[in-house]
Design a binder for this molecule. Structure first.
Ligand SMILES: Nc1nc2c(c(=O)[nH]1)N[C@H]1C(S)=C(S)[C@@H](COP(=O)(O)OP(=O)(O)OC[C@H]3O[C@@H](n4cnc5c(=O)[nH]c(N)nc54)[C@H](O)[C@@H]3O)O[C@H]1N2
Ligand SMILES: Nc1nc2c(c(=O)[nH]1)N[C@H]1C(S)=C(S)[C@@H](COP(=O)(O)OP(=O)(O)OC[C@H]3O[C@@H](n4cnc5c(=O)[nH]c(N)nc54)[C@H](O)[C@@H]3O)O[C@H]1N2
Ligand code: SF4
Ligand SMILES: [Mo]
Length: 737
């Protein structure tokens, strides 16, 4: 019997609408849903792998309890009831012994609901959720809340007259969302400026390409701001009516002449000037989010500030074809994630224990409380509220250190859901030491990952087609329907947290039995049920531009704060100041003698999504091995040929990847792929699926001097390394030693 059911793909952010083709109850093919109002039938090559993922023989299908030594790969299958009972009992005991802050959580990029985790943690009493948000998008969001009281959730790219792709590899990272919008913008005659140390695919269609030295973007931004001010290219009406701190900003950027910027960034001075003029003269203009800025460590937070300032002074905020961040019409009335997080339930006495908050108050409760308070002055439903899960976090390094040392207090238990800390977080050795030291480690995942292999309990997760989702953005709210019943005993994250909460005295806060009941509650204010939303795919709100004319901005002053009062109150630089990266030819010349090449990591590539798809044959056929990209001249000097195994080293350690010769790279730079592990090698120690062999994060540091002083963002880019031809397989070497 054949059947077609509507569902969605959640293998990355856009939540593309899909059709599941079933034969005798089994999904045999996934195609795009042509009636879907946003994705209109398009899905990417990864989305087409959903069938392989859904039925993969390595999928976790039942809860497992560790029976052998940690990491020995010996498990017993138990029921969800028993697993939840045991985990809850252990958590309860640890909370009694050490306090609720003894439990931590590590998260990845948004795959599941997240507010359910925050709700559970707030009710449990721990402020210590941590993870990749410290470097992924959230430094941008948090600083945008501080600067103009909202976060850009989707620039209006197709209608823009100028698009700046700044550290954003759209063809590989956003093939279904940003990439087609760029093409549409170009068709409409938009200018395209690329600022990227690599000659990415879009360079071929661009008006200008600035091959910037990694980690120096802030200097370029300050140069752009200076030029835009001195040549009177800014929107003086907007600046005088709607910003504060302009004079101070003007003074702060004064040193950044095109010549000085050129010296720092390696971009020719003429190009600095030409690009700034092109951006300022072609409004509306947009600078979509690019991780190349968030992942550069010391300067990342102020880069996000620099970009926000550029958007504001050029008059591009909240205009058609520009940078829009207010919510549209009815969409603003839907109960949002922050409503469900229950942050108010976590008392001050627990908030102050958040690990890392002393060093990075802006990214913990103090900063979040300030951005929240400013946001609450606006009428309800006008702007998204700053969610605690993406702007209020413990710092992962501080958490790992506390697990290892017991200081400032014992952190003894951790939950990981939809994250692979051994591959996603920097300084893998420290993370590994921490996972080993935990008294209780619980992982919820699709597969037995290297991180899951270190757990005491592993729970099987439902794929997105086995559950549902309400996906809220500024313009529309999308209802993503469950395609099929969960197979085996896979469940969604809501069931996991509710199951734990119900066993830990939180019964009154989990009244909704199923996730769809929660969505009904979300939609109550607009008089729809989740089922009705699914039938109509979602709702589009009416967009009102320049609403600040009526209500102001959600900042303490009600204006765009070019000089940030929130940063100033919290002891951070209120105006952006450029810092030389800690490891760089100019910043550490002695080190650069031993490690002469600039290292960037993690440029996205299809069809992989972070550490996923490594067990899917069709994906591995396309990308069988981890690749290090090297310029032909550099490869020649190092005696490297295409396909050789190379050893890449930083002062933190060495890994091996296969050489890809590519003139996309600057001769002084190399780019290594991130998140590589080898599921085929077996999930037990010491090999642990080869997680220590080609993993980029073995090379990436996270000590305080490498991190941004405001948020603690660590560097996955703008580092130094050495590359050598592998003389002998590192495994052979290891076995010998
Ligand atoms: N060196 C370097 N490191 C980086 C980066 C880089 O550029 N360079 N990028 C960083 C960035 S931006 C990010 S966002 C992180 C990504 O880091 P993560 O988001 O942690 O990504 P993964 O390592 O793939 O781990 C995600 C895990 O969640 C599982 N999973 C997927 N969907 C679900 C689900 O619905 N439920 C559950 N329970 N599990 C699920 C997957 O099987 C996988 O094991 O990596 C960061 N690390
Ligand atoms: N295929 C695939 N797509 C993904 C993901 C994935 O794992 N795989 N991950 C998703 C996630 S969580 C994220 S956060 C996004 C990120 O997606 P993007 O924002 O596109 O991020 P990246 O590809 O990491 O890097 C973008 C570009 O930054 C450049 N870059 C590196 N260092 C610097 C620098 O110092 N300055 C400048 N100007 N540029 C620099 C790199 O050359 C690269 O071209 O991708 C999402 N999409
Ligand atoms: S993996 Fe592809 S099909 Fe799936 S949500 Fe992402 S872009 Fe869409
Ligand atoms: Mo990310």
């Amino acid at each position: 019997m054949q059947e077609i059911r509507r569902s969605y793909c959640g293998l990355c952010h856009p939540r593309c609408g899909t059709l599941l083709h079933l034969e005798n109850g089994k999904v045999v093919q996934v195609t795009g849903d042509p009636d879907h109002p946003i994705t209109k039938g398009v899905i990417c090559e990864r989305g087409r792998l959903m069938v392989d993922h859904l039925y993969h023989p390595d999928r976790l299908n039942y809860p497992l309890k560790r029976v052998g030594k940690k990491g020995a790969g010996e498990w017993r299958q138990i029921s969800w009831e028993q697993a939840l009972d045991e985990v809850a009992e252990k958590l309860s005991g640890l909370r009694k012994q050490y306090g609720a802050e003894t439990l931590t959580f590590t998260h990845g990029t948004k795959r599941t609901y997240h507010w359910d985790c925050r709700r559970f943690f707030n009710l449990f009493g721990s402020p210590n959720t941590c993870g990749v948000n410290t470097i992924c998008m959230c430094p941008s969001y948090a600083t945008e809340f501080a600067t103009y009281g909202g976060m850009i959730m989707g620039s209006e790219v197709p209608a823009a007259k100028c698009v700046v792709l700044w550290g954003c590899n759209a063809s590989q990272s956003s093939p279904v969302n940003l990439s087609p919008k760029l093409i549409a913008a170009r068709k409409n005659g938009a200018k395209l400026i690329i600022i990227d140390p690599r000659r990415i695919n879009e360079v071929g269609k661009a008006d200008l390409w600035l091959q910037i030295r990694p980690g120096t973007d802030l200097a370029l931004m300050l140069g752009w701001i200076r030029l835009i001010i001195t040549e009177n290219l800014y929107d003086s009406d907007f600046v005088s009516r709607w910003t504060i701190g302009f004079e101070e900003l003007k003074d702060a950027v004064e040193p950044y002449t095109p010549e000085k910027v050129s010296e720092i960034t390696s971009v020719p001075a003429g190009l600095v000037t030409e690009s700034a003029r092109m951006y300022a003269a072609n409004s509306p203009a947009v600078i979509p989010f690019g991780l190349g800025l968030d992942k550069q460590g010391v300067n990342s937070t102020q880069c996000a500030r620099g970009r926000a300032i550029l958007r504001a002074i050029t008059g591009n905020l909240e205009v058609p074809g520009g940078e829009v961040f207010s919510l549209a019409g009815n969409v603003g009335k839907i109960r949002d994630a922050e409503y469900f997080e229950l942050n108010e339930m976590l008392p001050e006495s627990q908030r102050i224990k958040q690990l890392g908050v002393d060093r990075y108050p802006f990214f913990g409760f103090p900063g979040w409380e300030k951005t929240s308070a400013a946001n609450k002055k606006l009428p309800e439903g006008y702007m998204a509220a700053p969610e605690a899960w993406h702007s209020n976090l413990a710092h992962a390094r501080e958490v790992m250190n506390a697990i290892i040392t017991g200081k400032p207090y014992p952190v003894t238990a951790a939950i990981t859901l939809a994250n692979n800390p051994l591959l996603a977080l920097p300084n893998t050795k420290r993370v590994f030491e921490a996972l080993q030291a935990l008294q209780l480690y619980v992982v919820v995942d699709y597969y037995m990952t290297p991180s899951a292999a270190m757990a005491d309990y592993v729970f099987p997760a439902a794929s997105t087609v086995e559950t549902s989702e309400l996906w809220l953005t500024g313009r529309f709210c999308m209802a993503c329907p469950q395609g099929i019943e969960p197979m085996y005993e896979r469940r969604n994250s809501y069931d996991f947290y509710r199951g734990l909460g119900m066993r830990l005295g939180q019964e009154e806060y989990w009244p909704w039995e199923r996730i769809e009941d929660v969505y009904d509650h979300c939609l109550e204010p607009i008089g729809l049920t989740f089922g009705q939303m699914v039938d109509q795919y979602g709702i589009f709100g009416e967009m009102e531009y320049r609403r600040y004319e009526r209500f102001g901005f959600g900042t303490p002053s009600g204006k765009v704060e070019l000089k940030s009062s929130i940063f100033e109150d919290l002891g951070a630089d209120p105006l952006p100041q450029y810092r030389e990266p800690v490891w760089s030819p100019a910043g550490s010349p002695a080190l650069a003698e031993q490690y002469p090449l600039i290292l960037i990591t993690g440029s996205r590539f299809m069809p992989m999504y972070h550490s996923e798809q490594r067990q899917i044959d069709k994906a591995r056929k396309k990308m069988p091995d981890p690749l290090v990209s090297i310029h032909p001249d550099t490869a020649k000097q190092l005696g490297l040929s295409e396909g050789d195994w190379a050893v890449i080293s930083t002062p933190l350690g060495s890994i091996r990847q296969r050489v890809k010769i590519s003139d996309v790279m600057h001769p002084r730079m190399v780019d290594i792929q991130h998140s590589w592990w080898f599921p085929e090698r077996g999930a037990k120690l010491p090999e642990l699926c080869g997680v220590f062999e080609s993993n980029a994060n073995i090379l990436c540091p996270d000590d305080p001097e490498f991190c941004s002083p405001e948020i603690g963002s660590w560097p996955h880019s703008a580092l130094l390394c050495r590359v050598e031809k592998e003389v002998e397989d590192m495994n052979t070497l290891k076995r010998k030693s």
